[in-house]
Design a binder for this molecule. Structure first.
Ligand SMILES: [Zn+2]
Length: 350
């Protein structure tokens, strides 16, 4: 089965300037847009790759996640040519508008999925969002795009169970914290614990009202593509079966790629393609919920464009056959640890 995929792209996302030497540079998106124009222009794709033009989110939607004081502070940065919101997060005068549009693109993506205009959606946007906290920018992120879109899906479309998967190599502390005590959003992240923001231990499993509804899996740097796909299969199969998500969202960062200058992992685009294949197959366990992706990190332009291409191809051309996986001892141990820590909560279904 192939999916109709909506994408949000807009030249305005290039107007968020971070300085020549900053890794989160407009060239990242330029590389992705060039790839889309090159590889998805045939007639075959025109019916299957649908453009969903972004519009701004409303203030009310933004305030469901971010504090009014914080939003005001971000809006005021329009008066300055350059503002440093955090040591690693410089922004330009237009950045507030671009970040607002990125959140809006994600909100619009939710509507297009719920209205059945497409079966999957990918927001090709910047700045990224998964580190943004209700009242603080950090890690190149201003507004928490995925959190704003997830909250909108709960409020506007009356969803009650959203699975958020975060395969960026950094822990998405913003999404983690915002929904830590909620059963309505189940957050599952794999990340390198030795990298910023150094959070997301296995034992961080959710607040008192939602124990087991946060699944943090710190991963060792030596995991191969096959290990990673195996890990995701072993976790997502019982999780999707047990939780029955009505929507699956992916914080899609590609900095776990072996060529990434910031991440230290060994994955290739085949890992992201393999996990996408899993999502397309496993969602049958939960009534085929729509798939939502939003771009997070990924700082080698070629690796980033190749990885996004692999995900889009998998979605559009249908699940390709899964290769035989022979997991390493390391990943078998890791899966056993996750299962044992989460066994008492009953969210995983065997
Ligand atoms: Zn990252």
């Amino acid at each position: 089965m192939t999916l109709r995929v909506g994408i949000a792209r807009d030249e305005r996302f290039l107007e968020h300037k971070t300085g020549h030497f900053h890794p989160e540079h407009p060239k990242r998106l330029e590389a992705i847009y060039r790839m889309v124009d090159r590889h998805f222009k045939d007639r075959y794709f025109t019916d299957r790759l649908i453009s969903i033009p972004p519009g701004p989110a409303t203030l009310e939607q933004m305030e469901r996640i971010h504090s009014p004081a914080y939003i005001k502070r971000i809006l005021k940065t329009a008066e300055q040519r350059i503002t440093s919101l955090a040591p690693d997060t410089p922004i330009s005068a237009d950045s507030y508008l671009v970040a607002w549009l990125a959140a809006g693109a994600c909100v619009k993506g939710i509507d297009s999925l719920m209205d059945l205009d497409c079966d999957a959606f990918f927001a090709l946007v910047r700045p990224p969002g998964h580190h943004a906290l209700p009242d603080r920018a950090s890690g190149f992120c201003l507004f928490n795009n995925i959190a704003i879109a997830a909250q909108y899906a709960l409020d506007q479309h009356q969803l009650r169970r959203i699975l958020v998967i975060d395969w960026d190599i950094h822990h998405g502390n913003g999404i983690n914290d915002i929904f830590y005590d909620s059963k309505e959003v189940l957050y599952f992240s794999t990340h390198d614990p030795m990298l910023f923001p150094y959070s997301g231990a296995l034992e961080e499993t959710g607040g008192d009202n939602a124990l087991g509804y946060t699944v943090n899996v710190p991963i060792p740097r030596e995991l191969t593509d096959a290990d990673m796909i195996f890990l995701y299969r072993e976790i997502l199969h019982p999780l999707i079966k047990g939780y029955q998500p009505q929507l699956i969202m992916v914080a899609a960062g590609f900095d776990a790629h072996t060529d990434d200058p910031i991440g230290r992992s060994r994955l290739t685009e085949a890992a992201f393609q393999g996990i996408t294949r899993l999502l397309m197959t496993l969602r049958h366990l939960s009534g085929n919920p729509p798939l939502f992706f939003s771009l997070e990190g990924g700082y080698n332009q070629r690796a980033l464009a190749d990885s996004v291409q692999a995900v889009l191809k998998e979605l559009i051309e249908g699940p390709t056959a899964s290769p035989e996986l022979s997991p390493s001892e390391t990943v078998l141990d890791l899966v056993a640890q996750v299962q044992s820590i989460h066994a008492p909560y009953g969210v995983f279904h065997d």
